[in-house]
Ligand binder design. Structure first.
Ligand SMILES: [Zn+2]
Length: 429
């Protein structure tokens, strides 16, 4: 069940090892569709029928289309929010002393990865380097894809209990091995400098780095009928990809279509460019003003607006049936999952659900419903955070997947196209 939506998703995920790369790739695509970049520190002037985008800290992005005709009594924001980050291993600022002749560098655990899935995998490293050149702070993205690093697992002979429940210490057991150093081989800093590739810059000019180890194996189809997809960062680059594909597909009539993909969801969203920041709120108000509206108009528009918080969902796991509620069991390739939680860990309610169900009907696709067991607390998303801040009607949805937060996740190959269709239905209003 190969299809063009998944081929496009694979290209996006493989080219986006970090949020910086994801945003850079989206910028490239938006520019290709005649999108116009807006800067937060400049005045905005938006035309009708336009495509615009704005980024914050190169890791969160908001893109939107303005209506063909602006009538403030009809304007509303139709939004889809997702996230650009995924759990991984982040390089610590100062390198570790070498142990025997191994070259190593400590890592912080970013978000909540399934640590075991990071053992014995071929890892690459990518991210952002800041350096000082001619007394100015500069930055450049790097992605080292041709060299592979490892967090080697301890042999069974040295840990006979390993198969009874692996215990991993996040500080001591997860340090990647970068190479051997016997006679002054190239250091890791020299390698970074070589890949930074700026003339006249030395190791001492590198002021700081946001570098992340990540899975190196490209995405692939799986299963007898290619009914599955396997790959890293499906949570949540899949929903980010679906939202911007839909935005590019459809133009709004009298609404404003908008997508927002935030960094830092996996660590709680509290940062200057995370979903709990003023980024979305500020952009929404500025769009109203740039289209000639007042603050009164802005407040009225918010009341009429709708947000789909799109983040991957848990598919029913055949080997752990007791972990799921007995009847709320999302299946792969059976359509988007509406997530509900009575404690509002998901922002869904009956009104926002009904609106989504109607969109599914219009798009002629099926949908499913998820709620967790009362004795297993569920996760959360950017949905409740944004709806609390903006007071906008919000629903939480996502496509079913297995192995969430694994270095390599698994989902269905048909669900992605269906989600794009529902988002496109919303963005055509
Ligand atoms: Zn997620």
């Amino acid at each position: 069940m190969r299809n063009k939506d998944i081929d496009s998703l694979f290209s996006f995920i493989d080219a986006s090892p970090t949020p910086y790369h994801a945003v850079e790739n989206m910028l490239h695509t938006l520019k290709g569709h005649k999108g116009i970049e807006l800067k937060e520190n400049e005045d905005w002037d938006c035309e009708t029928g336009g495509l615009y985008y704005v980024t914050r800290n190169d890791a969160s992005i908001i893109a939107f289309r303005t209506p063909k005709i602006v009538d403030f009594s009809k304007v509303a924001y139709n939004m889809v929010a997702a996230h650009t980050d995924s759990p991984c291993l982040k390089l610590k600022p100062i390198k570790k002393d070498k142990t025997a002749n191994y070259m190593q560098w400590g890592v912080e655990i970013y978000g909540g990865p399934l640590l075991n899935s990071w053992l014995d995998r071929d890892l690459n490293i990518s991210g952002r380097i800041n350096y000082i050149h001619h007394s100015k702070i500069q930055q450049r993205l790097i992605s080292i894809r041709d060299l592979f690093f490892r967090v080697p697992q301890l042999a069974l002979h040295l840990d006979r209990e390993a198969n009874k429940g692996l215990k991993l210490n996040s500080e001591t057991h997860m340090v990647p091995v970068l190479g051997l150093n016997n006679n002054g081989e190239q250091s890791f800093e020299d390698l970074i400098l070589e890949r930074l590739n700026v003339e006249g810059v030395s190791v001492g000019d590198i002021s700081a780095m946001d570098l992340f180890f990540h899975e190196s194996q490209p995405c692939s189809y799986g299963g007898m009928q290619q009914e599955f997809i396997y790959g890293p960062r499906i949570d949540n680059l899949a929903m980010t990809h679906a939202s911007y594909e839909a935005l590019l597909l459809e133009s709004p009539k009298d609404k404003i279509s908008l997508i927002a993909s935030f960094d830092h969801e996996e660590i709680g969203s509290s940062s200057a460019h995370g979903a709990s920041s003023n980024f979305l709120n500020s952009v929404l108000e500025r769009i109203t003003v740039a289209l000639g509206g007042s603050r009164q108009d802005f407040m009225k528009i918010l009341t009429n607006s709708y947000l789909i918080s799109a983040d991957m969902a848990h598919a029913f796991h055949p080997n752990y049936q007791d972990r799921h509620d007995s009847v709320h069991r999302p299946l792969m390739n059976k359509g988007p999952v509406i997530k509900t939680n009575a404690r509002m860990r998901y922002a869904t309610d009956s009104q926002t659900t009904s609106r989504f169900v109607l969109l599914c009907r219009q798009a002629k696709i099926p949908y499913q419903t998820f709620t967790g067991r009362n004795d297993i607390p569920c996760g959360s998303t950017v949905g409740p955070l944004i709806s609390t801040q903006l007071g906008v009607s919000t629903i939480d949805v996502g496509n079913p997947q297995l192995g969430m937060h694994s270095a390599r996740e698994m989902a269905g190959s048909l669900d992605h196209g269906m989600m794009i269709k529902v988002f496109a239905e919303l963005f055509g209003e």
